[in-house]
Design a protein around this ligand. Structure first.
Ligand code: ATP
Length: 266
């Protein structure tokens, strides 16, 4: 345990400064159990996480940290809580995903499956040229990915909307609808939680939070597709963009799949 403590202190920069009151340390000690500490040490020893220096977000399911690796590259580290009140939701999403085989009964292990699935989703999104943070590594409840930003993390669309003009919204609308289409048609995939909160505005917009993304074959995929289309059209419609009709767009994209499902249920 002593070595672990030392390594964690190193990762959190606690050896240099007495920073036990820092936000980072508070968030850390509140939610990090033994598995998390061991997994961070694992990455530390392999040079994948050299330092965690800031909290990007604290959520119900996960906390996201800013850090860097042993080569000095910035990274974003998403650490899922191993005990979560979101257990039911996670279970339902995983149970519907045909890519996921055996579902562990143990909540902790279920979260590991969830983490691994998000990593795979990021890989798949990149393969179909949909802009997402590049996935770097995962293990247990920890996912390491490309960090979007510089000294300051990239803002979410929601955070900068007041500074944008109609032209910007039009471009972003095309980006978001283009992503939905390409994912569905070429990648056989749907994000499932696309909104102004999950688009980061950087040199180019980047879609984040791929935890609930899934494949077309999932029985929930049409519901998720409709949700993404509706959210994006509603949001950009309110910003003055001349948007498509959500039902029509849904039918245009889901047509073949709806047809197939009906045939299958005959
Ligand atoms: N790769 C990244 N680079 C920079 N910032 C990031 C990155 N990934 C996530 N963030 C920041 O962390 C926040 C939370 O990330 P994400 O949505 O993936 O986690 P979450 O726990 O599912 O969040 P929520 O519960 O709020 O939906 C984002 O809104 C963003 O501000």
């Amino acid at each position: 345990m002593e070595r672990l403590d030392r390594e964690i202190a190193e990762v959190l920069g606690l050896t240099e400064k007495r920073e036990k009151d820092s936000e980072l340390f508070k968030v850390f000690s509140e939610v990090f159990d033994r598995t998390t500490v061991e997994t961070i040490s694992y990455f530390y020893r392999r040079g994948k996480i050299e330092r965690l220096y800031g909290v990007l977000s604290t959520g119900k399911e996960a906390n996201v940290f800013a850090g860097y690796d042993a080569k000095g590259n910035r990274i974003a580290v998403k650490i899922y809580r191993t005990y979560t009140t979101e257990f039911r939701r996670i279970w339902e999403y995983l149970a519907a995903d045909p890519r996921v085989g055996y579902l562990p009964k143990d909540i902790r292990k279920l979260v590991f499956v969830w983490t691994r699935r998000e990593f795979k989703n990021l890989q798949r999104a990149m393969k179909y040229a949909v802009r997402a943070p590049e996935p770097i590594a995962f293990r247990n409840n920890i996912l390491i990915m490309e960090y979007i930003g510089d000294e300051m993390p990239a803002p979410r669309l929601k955070d900068v909307e007041k500074d944008l003009e109609l032209k910007d919204f039009e471009e972003l609308y095309d980006f978001a609808m283009g992503a939905i289409e390409r994912l569905w048609k070429r990648g056989d995939m749907v994000h499932g939680d696309l909104s102004e909160y999950n688009i980061l505005i950087w040199n180019e917009p980047v879609i984040i939070d791929w935890s609930q993304a899934t494949v077309k074959r999932n029985r929930m995929s049409l519901t998720l597709l409709y949700r993404d289309i509706r959210n994006i059209i509603n949001y950009f419609g309110k910003k003055g963009v001349s948007v498509e009709d959500p039902e029509e767009k849904f039918r245009e994209l889901a047509g073949d799949e709806l047809w197939e499902r009906n045939l299958r249920s005959l």
